[in-house]
Design a protein around this ligand. Structure first.
Ligand SMILES: Nc1nc2c(ncn2[C@@H]2O[C@H](COP(=O)(O)OP(=O)(O)OP(=O)(O)O)[C@@H](O)[C@H]2O)c(=O)[nH]1
Ligand SMILES: [Mg+2]
Length: 458
């Protein structure tokens, strides 16, 4: 299929080819010959990139980590293989993690890729966090979570390639730490690597003519995980050392891996997340409990992708869902839940959409959770669903109606159902919104611990 040329599409890094129209890297023979004659192959954008940039969803990663639909050409293993040389070289790694899918996109295996090279951790898409979120609390939470992963992280940056928050800070950190080395942008598929590079070039362009020139042929970004297919070299720095965009690795355990490619845009949050609470909070700030026994014995569906059975929870438990707005929340008694799902999946419980119903395997992975809580006016935990978002679990959430003291300590029992490959994580609650600022507790640290901890910036 591939042509003999090693020239690659500047949008996705796939080798240019003139044979297979639907495959990445395709360019018609006439254009190819013309550009080649003028030594301009570096300026060629392939057909798939053109379609992606017009909003078409075309997947190209298959095999382990692939998803149904779309042409499949490259496996996640092959993508990883292309980067395996890094651990033996002296490079600067910029590792990107999506704040909406912090655990699912963290990619602890980056250690295998990075070797002993220093890592700048960039948290992307902070513009999507709920209104009034305090980035200081989020920064501390991220550092705390990162400390557990034992990576050589030198600093943490909260950024948005949309609002450009934090981008200038990363640029100065890169310039300080680069020391003539090449800089590699690494991260799971769809975390925003290409968008981040676009933002970097945009901010650097005003001062650096080399970055300004690089802006003309920059990597394509799109909602399809698997947009970038090969390392893309970018001449971005005046002082030497190159910038590399890379294909996202590690896809199989995220919701995007099981959803039809045409439904992927539904999973990508377009605007600021707004927690959707269940039961809903009324104007009086009391819970409209569906039942005197609260939610015990009920199951809650999040679209057709997640089901949570509330096996044993205090009557005033509240769940707040943070994720794509198009996913509806439905509830039904647990004894009815299997039947309800079979009937409604693809109809009122979407995604999957009706198109995918035939091939949909259902929510085959079930995890039982026992969560200890101590009531301190903060969520007991988040349940993070890889590639989708998270659910904050608040055992009380609100004062009791008669003002009496609720019991302070207890155990919650839940069962979470998701499609087979999708991972879930129980984690300390992410401090979002105004309430997050109120209940978040910073870690008490000794001077020595403070010294060892990476600093965060936004
Ligand atoms: N709201 C918001 N969306 C973002 C941000 N950065 C990226 N996105 C969106 O996230 C999606 C993925 O972005 P890309 O830059 O293509 O991600 P990538 O990591 O290069 O993905 P692959 O090449 O597939 O590995 C696109 O729809 C972007 O518009 C951000 O800071 N804020
Ligand atoms: Mg990309």
């Amino acid at each position: 299929m591939a042509s003999t040329s090693v020239a690659c599409c500047y949008g996705c890094g796939a080798p240019l080819q003139t044979v297979e129209l639907d495959a990445p890297g395709y360019v018609d023979l006439e254009t190819y010959e013309l550009k080649k004659r003028h030594h301009q192959l570096k300026t060629v954008l392939c057909r798939r990139c053109k379609l992606l940039s017009h909003g078409r969803m075309i997947t190209a990663v298959g095999g382990h980590g692939g998803y149904s639909g779309g042409m499949q050409f490259i496996s996640a293993e092959e993508l990883r293989e292309k980067l395996s040389h890094l651990r033996h070289e002296k490079v600067l790694i910029v590792k990107l993690v999506d704040i909406v899918d912090f655990n699912g996109s963290f990619l602890a295996r980056v250690r295998d890729l990075a070797g002993s090279n220093p890592i700048i951790l960039v948290v992307t898409k902070v513009d999507l966090l709920p209104k009034s979120t305090d980035l200081n609390c989020v920064g501390d939470w991220v550092v705390e979570a990162t400390m557990k992963k034992k990576l050589n992280v030198i600093s943490v940056h909260l950024t948005s390639s949309k609002s450009l928050v934090g981008i200038v800070g990363v640029i100065s950190e890169i310039q300080k730490e680069k020391k003539g080395r090449d800089v590699y942008i690494l991260g799971a598929a769809n975390v925003g690597k290409s968008a981040f590079i676009n933002a970097l070039l945009k901010m650097m362009a005003s001062k650096d003519p080399v970055a300004a020139a690089a802006q003309k042929y920059k990597p394509i970004q799109s909602a399809v995980p698997g947009t970038t297919l090969g390392p893309i070299q970018i001449e971005a720095f005046q002082g030497g050392g190159k910038l590399f965009d890379t294909p996202g690795v590690h896809l199989h355990h995220r919701q995007a891996a099981v959803v039809h490619s045409e439904d992927l845009p539904i999973l990508a949050p377009q605007s600021r997340l707004r927690g959707q609470s269940f039961p809903a909070v009324s104007a009086k700030n009391t819970v409209d409990s569906p039942h005197a026994i609260g939610l015990n014995g009920f199951s809650i569906f999040w679209g057709g992708l997640v089901r949570i059975d509330l096996l044993q929870v205090p009557p005033r438990t509240r769940l707040t869902f943070y994720g794509p707005r198009k996913l509806k929340i439905s509830t039904v008694q647990t004894v009815e839940a299997d039947k309800f799902y079979q009937k409604e999946v693809g109809a009122t419980l979407t995604p999957p959409t009706s198109r995918q119903r035939e091939s949909w395997l259902g929510l085959l992975a079930v995890r039982k959770l026992q969560i200890n809580y101590e009531y301190e006016k903060r969520p007991a935990c988040d349940i993070a669903i890889s590639g989708l978002g998270w659910i904050a679990i608040e055992p009380f959430g609100l004062e009791t109606l008669d003002g009496s003291n609720p019991e302070c300590i207890g155990e919650l029992q839940l069962a979470v159902h998701v499609p087979k490959p999708v991972e879930i994580f129980v984690r300390p609650p992410l401090p979002v919104g105004k309430a997050g600022l109120e209940w978040y507790q910073y870690q008490e640290l000794t001077e020595e611990e403070e010294e060892l901890r990476p600093k965060w910036y936004h």
